[in-house]
Design a protein around this ligand. Structure first.
Ligand SMILES: Cc1cc2nc3c(=O)[nH]c(=O)nc-3n(C[C@H](O)[C@H](O)[C@H](O)COP(=O)(O)OP(=O)(O)OC[C@H]3O[C@@H](n4cnc5c(N)ncnc54)[C@H](O)[C@@H]3O)c2cc1C
Length: 377
């Protein structure tokens, strides 16, 4: 029996564990830094049909219907005037079984963790040291150690395990932007609404059938090293107020007093894609590559990367990083282009963007190439 260590109990690590749960050939353990998994947060996540197809393989069809929402459209608005610019029929990429899905991140984690026996998850543990070879000897933060055939590195964007393996500083850069997340209740909105403004955008979408909505805004912000390394800076009420005030000032959508559970964090993205020589170590999810959050593909790509790593281990082949690199290049290009287009500030550039957008959303060939290519896997 092959032994697999999964580092990190997030979306990618849990999806990988779900793929192993009925496999007799593998034994696995998940090592998680935190003392318990947070199942309380009410923020949302978007899953496109490429990841729904993979989630269906582990029973996602059975998730209670009131915990998810299937939008029909993505509506684009000018944030300042709140005039609608155009819309995309996102449901046109759906099939009977695979639909673009909105839900709480905690609902997804609950679903993923449901099938994992609790004794498989070892909390409060990180990898301290690795001895490489056909077998990998891991020394953990409590000084215990164990031998594994494969290592799945799924400890997220700030992956410490990746830094240990590559033996160099993290490959991340601050994207000169801050994300502000919040919840809103009781809106009359059954779709994904993207409001584009000068140097910021925000997105509102339903996360279930209980009138709960996710609010996420990305605002350009230059921050210095001290501010970025101070975790309390992002929790500071003055800073949170400065972000929400900027949104209220720049948009005529009436949001004042409606945003609840406001949180902010800095947006870090990967500088480059790194190919690893060790054939028995797989970086997956954000630990492999972290995108700017403007194409809503982070979780979907995390699930895809875990599925690909599983298939490579199962088929004893070695093309994981080459295949992933191609896919990540396509998604990263679209994420950066969306970010650029959503944040334009020059009125002439905005005028041209809006005309181009109106034309492109009616062009089926463009949509098939820009979205369909990513949504099909
Ligand atoms: C503002 C914002 C909005 C987003 N919206 C969307 C969206 O709408 N749709 C979408 O698809 N994606 C979205 N994403 C991206 C998505 O959330 C991530 O891509 C996804 O969660 C990555 O999953 P993961 O498993 O790689 O990491 P995570 O889900 O972050 O999990 C990592 C796990 O590893 C643990 N861990 C950390 N360090 C260690 C360690 N040293 N040892 C052991 N365990 C450790 C953590 O505690 C955590 O449990 C968004 C991201 C941002 C920033």
């Amino acid at each position: 029996m092959k032994k697999i260590a999964i580092i990190g109990c997030g979306i990618s690590g849990l999806y990988f564990a779900n793929l192993l749960k009925d496999e007799k050939l593998y034994d696995y353990t998940i090592f998680e830094k935190k003392s318990k998994i947070d199942l309380g947060d009410g923020y949302g996540i978007q899953l496109s049909v490429n990841s729904i197809k993979l989630l269906n393989k582990i029973g996602f069809r059975n998730i209670p219907i009131n915990e998810i929402f299937f939008p029909d459209k993505v509506n684009f608005f000018d944030a300042k005037t709140i005039k609608k610019i155009c819309e995309i029929d996102i449901s046109s990429f759906n099939s009977t079984d695979c639909k673009y899905t909105l839900l709480k991140r905690s609902s997804l984690i609950k679903f993923l963790i449901n099938n994992i026996p609790p004794h498989k998850i070892k909390n409060n543990l990180e990898v301290k040291q690795i001895k490489y070879g056909d077998k990998l000897r891991l020394t953990l933060s409590d000084d215990s150690s164990g031998e594994f055939d494969f290592l799945i590195v799924s400890d997220g964007v700030f992956s410490k395990t990746k830094t240990t393996i590559l033996n160099k500083d993290s490959n991340l850069k601050y994207f000169n932007s801050v994300a502000l997340r919040a919840n809103i209740k009781n809106l009359n909105n059954r779709n994904i609404s993207i409001y584009m403004g000068s140097n910021f955008h925000f997105v509102i979408y339903p996360i279930n059938h209980n009138n709960e909505f996710n609010f996420i805004s990305i605002l350009k912000r230059k921050l210095n090293k001290e501010e970025l390394s101070d975790k309390d800076f992002f929790k500071n009420n003055k800073f949170l107020k400065s972000l929400s005030d900027e949104i209220y000032e720049k948009s005529s959508l009436d949001l004042k007093g409606k945003l609840e559970n406001i949180k902010s964090f800095p947006v870090f993205v990967s500088k480059s894609f790194e190919i690893l020589k060790h054939k028995n170590i797989f970086f997956v999810g954000d630990a492999l590559f972290s995108f700017s959050p403007s194409f809503a593909q982070g979780a979907s790509q995390s699930i895809e990367s875990s599925k690909e790593a599983f298939d490579i281990i199962n088929s004893n082949s070695s093309s994981y990083y080459e295949k992933r690199k191609k896919r990540i290049k396509e998604v990263n290009f679209r994420s950066k282009l969306n970010f650029f287009a959503f944040h334009l500030s020059n009125p002439i550039a905005i005028f041209i963007r809006n005309i181009v957008l109106k034309l492109l959303v009616k062009n089926r060939k463009f949509l098939e190439n820009y979205l369909g290519r990513i949504y099909k896997n």
